[in-house]
Design a protein around this ligand. Structure first.
Ligand code: SF4
Ligand code: SF4
Length: 444
């Protein structure tokens, strides 16, 4: 396929709101005095703590063991003393057991942290082991353990890797800055992923509203014949895995299927850059880049933040609130998670902290559906959002299932275009939850 002007059917064009931060270099955030590190920052089983209260820990030391295959270990982002191990609210919307560490401000690095060598000299199994032990999870926000994604079953032959640099969520610019400032790490990560999966073709997919990133990445892959930039039309939700696969390869992941069903593995560019960094330095995932922005943030920034730092501390470093906040979100406005307190930690999947003022956070009163069909026309999954939403509101979840409610990717595009301002995605989410709960009950 051509590698320019790629896109998918449906989708929307929300305002980008990226101007505030897209030209701001990544700054290192102030070192936190205390970090709160949840033992579950990923999809899958939570970790077991490896430390006790009063233990001394160092940067990069493993403090949470992942016993299940679908899980990822947790490491300390500071050196200091474990003060508490208790259940707290996390920024992914769940309560999780957390390790609270008071920093000694020395940032002493653990002895286990050592460069991993050149990709050429590492075997596929060694690369997978490094990724697993470093606690890599999808840095785009999904939080799926990376080593699992890179280990498809033998009966699923893979031929393509796509690095997702679309960053189609409004406001967020962390991936954009990462591609401009650390293209070498993105490319190293791409090579490691290709070797781990045993695939010789990789596309780095970037929306055309980031021409500077496209140029920098192209310069960095000038000698890499198997890595190519795929330029995407700027459209939401272009970064959704299945939309991305369709845009770049023309393949359709079947309903209920996974990217591996069509021979593709998708990873976020931030995940690839982190893999590159882990191989180069040996340091596991103890920090990440995120965008702090929105109409109620005084000084928006792209920051490199230690995992476990509180949202409150990060917002303070950005000058605090410029006016009374109406909504605080972890991630972007379309798929992010609303926060009810700023006393929650940055975790591996925190791509941004978005603070909207009261006016921007306002949700108008919904009116009756006028059957205009706009939600149906733009749904990237070809669903009928108005029908699923209606059946969900009536409690007729079995019928909603018949309309393929579970295929909804919760992108929010239908709610965005609805002239009656109906909260479509909220009611569809309820239907999905009920259908999944019923299936679980039936399988017991
Ligand atoms: S029904 Fe789901 S997938 Fe379709 S537009 Fe709405 S939120 Fe997106
Ligand atoms: S976009 Fe809104 S008003 Fe139009 S059909 Fe869908 S739910 Fe009804």
């Amino acid at each position: 396929m051509a590698n320019k002007g790629l896109t998918f059917k449906g989708g929307i064009h929300p305002p980008h709101f990226k101007k505030q931060t897209e030209h701001l270099s990544i700054e290192e955030a102030k070192k936190p005095k205390v970090v709160v590190i949840p033992l579950q920052q990923h999809i899958g089983a939570p970790c077991d703590p490896l430390v006790k209260i009063r233990d001394y820990v160092k940067v990069g030391q493993k403090i949470g063991e992942a016993k299940a295959f679908v899980s990822a270990p947790i490491h300390s982002s500071v050196s200091g003393t474990v003060k508490k191990i208790e259940t707290r609210q996390s920024s992914n919307g769940m309560k999780a057991k957390c390790i609270v560490i008071e920093s000694d401000d020395r940032f002493e690095v653990h002895e286990s942290v050592k460069p991993k060598g050149q990709i050429e000299s590492l075997t596929k199994e060694e690369i997978l082991g490094i990724i697993k032990e470093a606690g890599l999870t999808g840095m785009g926000g999904a939080g799926f353990p990376t080593h699992v994604k890179l280990s498809p079953p033998k009966d699923k032959p893979m031929d393509t890797i796509i690095l997702n640099g679309a960053e189609c969520e409004p406001y967020l610019t962390a991936d954009h800055r990462m591609m401009i400032e650390n293209p070498d790490l993105v490319v190293t990560g791409a090579k490691a992923i290709m070797k781990a999966v045993g695939v010789s073709k990789c596309y780095i997919a970037i929306e055309e509203n980031k021409p500077d990133a496209i140029e920098v990445i192209n310069n960095n892959i000038a000698n890499e014949k198997d890595i190519e930039v795929a330029t995407l039309v700027t459209k939401y939700p272009q970064g959704d895995e299945k939309r991305l696969i369709n845009a770049v390869t023309g393949r359709e992941v079947p309903s209920g299927g996974l990217p591996m069903d069509v021979g593709v593995v998708v990873n976020n560019v931030g995940t690839a850059a982190t893999i590159g960094k882990v191989i180069k330095t040996g340091m596991p995932v103890v920090e990440r880049v995120l965008t702090v922005t929105g109409s109620a943030i005084k000084e928006p920034k792209n920051l490199l933040v230690k995992i476990g730092t509180s949202f409150e501390e990060i917002i303070e470093q950005c000058g605090g609130f410029s006016e009374e906040p109406g909504k605080i979100i972890s991630g972007g406005p379309m798929m992010g998670i609303a926060q009810y307190t700023t006393d929650v930690p940055v975790i591996k999947g925190t791509s941004g902290i978005l603070v909207l003022n009261k006016k921007d956070a306002e949700r108008p009163e919904p009116e009756n559906c006028i059957r205009c069909g706009k939600c149906v026309n733009i749904c990237p999954v070809n669903l009928q959002p108005l029908m699923i939403s209606r059946l969900s509101l009536l409690g007729r979840f079995d019928e909603a299932e018949g309309y393929n409610a579970l295929d909804c990717i919760e992108c929010g595009s239908c709610s965005f275009v609805c002239p009656s301002k109906r909260p479509l995605v909220d009611s569809i989410r309820v239907a999905k939850r009920e259908i999944i709960a019923k299936r679980r009950k039936a399988s017991k």
